[in-house]
Design a protein around this ligand. Structure first.
Ligand code: GLU
Length: 451
């Protein structure tokens, strides 16, 4: 637990004031564990009450949506937007459609987003939102009807110079374009109010691929610097099969790795010789089917009806790219037993607290999501710049910027850890450097206002 009484008291208050919000507690505690040994070196942050302020979102929006589905039935869902921090810029972060959301999940995601966005060094604050709507099994018509009601509810709070959402789980380009369309009926500058748009409709080339590609660029750099090796001939397990997972898998393959397993929320597919990623893409992106149908195309593959059992597959590198808390200590123990050398998070907080501790105790290299998956929101930031300046970047330009940014984020985390005598502790490095980016800016603003 925490040794610093100051942080321990703040953590206890947080738990009392945000009762039962266990994901939010988890994200804050993870940050506090990094701050624990160093916070007294930053007395101004303590005396100016920066941390208590950082534990409260600036604004929480929760709206009930009543809408009528294609059958003419009334349905109710809840829409959320957490405008967490505007210290570094407009609120920025995705929207998630999932039945498994709650205020706790959105708060943790918005908290993480605030620090992740800081690491990109682009002027973006942190936000997150979505709805407890399950898009699975819904017709395109229902997705459209729901999205229209959803964006009507949130539109008053959004805009190019206030809050700019993008996609997340359950929200891809198709949904973002529906949002843009509806928003444009209600307010001006719809293209400026969202990122993740289709490239020929105000979007940026490479946004869809950015989180997954960026993750692999980060992994490549970490392997080169810390392990003196490359991705070539490495066996990789990627959980999930959405945008992040899919493009991480493609990029890992391009770098010479073999992707042996991927999953969806029902189960995972495995082929020790490597999966045919084009088929996975076709199944998930075009046909929108479950991953088990991969077996129809690859006779050598096996399917197991248990998504988290994917961590039992032998690999060198594990990339959890599905969702929060999908990799617990049982999964980590299995990975370690099978000789994993690196776990890098493509999803947001996919590794549980005890999972992270087990990795640390066994000295397994670990890259936290706020650093390793920042490529997506970084390219979203480029999409905003593209819109502001009315320019168009080529795919090659975006890719080059993404590569150098992921290297810089790695270096920032790596050097921060090194300076604090925590060699190779990328969790510590990413947490501390991102925290200081936000906290020091808050101090600067405070000083300006108080003269
Ligand atoms: N949802 C993504 C994330 O977790 C991207 C957000 C964005 O592009 O605004 O970082």
């Amino acid at each position: 637990m925490l040794k610093t009484k100051y942080l321990l008291d703040l953590y206890h208050d947080l738990v009392v004031q945000n009762k039962g919000e266990k994901e939010f507690h988890q994200a804050v505690l993870e940050m506090f564990q990094t701050l624990d040994p160093v916070i007294h070196s930053y007395p101004e942050i303590i005396t100016n009450n920066i941390i208590p302020e950082l534990l409260k979102p600036e604004r929480i929006i929760e709206v009930e949506i009543d809408w009528v589905n294609e059958k003419g039935e009334n349905e109710q869902h809840l829409a959320y937007r957490i405008q967490y921090s505007s210290t570094l810029g407009v609120y920025k972060g995705g929207l998630r459609y999932s039945p498994n959301v709650s205020i706790s999940i959105f708060k943790f995601l918005a908290f993480e987003q605030t620090f992740k966005n800081a690491l990109t060094t682009l002027p973006m604050g942190g936000g997150k939102g979505g709805a407890n709507f399950n898009p699975r099994g819904r017709s395109a018509k229902d997705i459209k009807l729901f999205t229209e009601a959803f964006i009507t509810a949130l539109a008053p709070y959004l805009g190019a110079d206030t809050d700019v959402p993008a996609g997340d789980i359950g929200v891809g380009q198709r949904e973002v374009m529906l949002m843009v369309e509806k928003y444009s009926e209600l307010k001006d500058d719809a293209y400026g109010a969202f990122t993740g748009k289709l490239p020929d409709k105000g979007g940026i080339l490479g946004r869809k691929e950015a989180t997954g590609h960026g993750l692999v660029y980060f992994v490549e750099e970490a392997l080169a610097v810390i392990k003196k090796t490359t991705l070539n001939n490495k066996k990789v397990v990627v959980s999930g099969s959405g945008n992040v997972a899919l493009y991480a898998a493609f990029k890992a393959r391009e770098k010479g790795a073999t992707v042996v397993a991927m999953s969806d929320s029902d189960g995972y597919v495995y082929n020790p010789e490597g999966l045919d990623l084009d088929i996975i893409k076709e199944i998930k992106e075009t046909k929108r089917e479950r991953i088990r149908s991969y077996l129809d195309y690859d006779k050598a593959a096996i399917y197991e009806n248990d998504a988290v059992a994917i961590w039992g597959v032998k690999c060198d590198i594990a990339l959890p790219c599905a969702t929060q808390n999908e990799l617990d200590e049982t999964g980590v123990a299995a990975l370690i037993k099978n000789g994993v050398i690196f776990v890098a998070e493509g999803a947001n907080m996919p590794t549980t607290k005890t999972g992270v501790e087990l990795l640390r105790d066994n000295k397994i290299l670990f890259a936290p999501g706020k650093a390793a998956n920042a490529g997506g929101v970084y390219v979203s930031g480029l999409e905003m710049i593209q819109h502001q300046k009315q320019v168009k970047y080529t795919f090659t330009e975006v890719d080059a910027k993404l590569q150098s940014t992921m290297k810089a984020i790695f270096q920032n985390s790596y050097q921060t850890a090194k300076t604090h005598n925590r060699p190779n502790d990328l969790l510590f490095g990413a947490n501390l450097s991102s925290f200081l980016l936000v906290a020091e800016k808050m101090l600067e603003i405070r000083k300006k206002h108080t003269g």
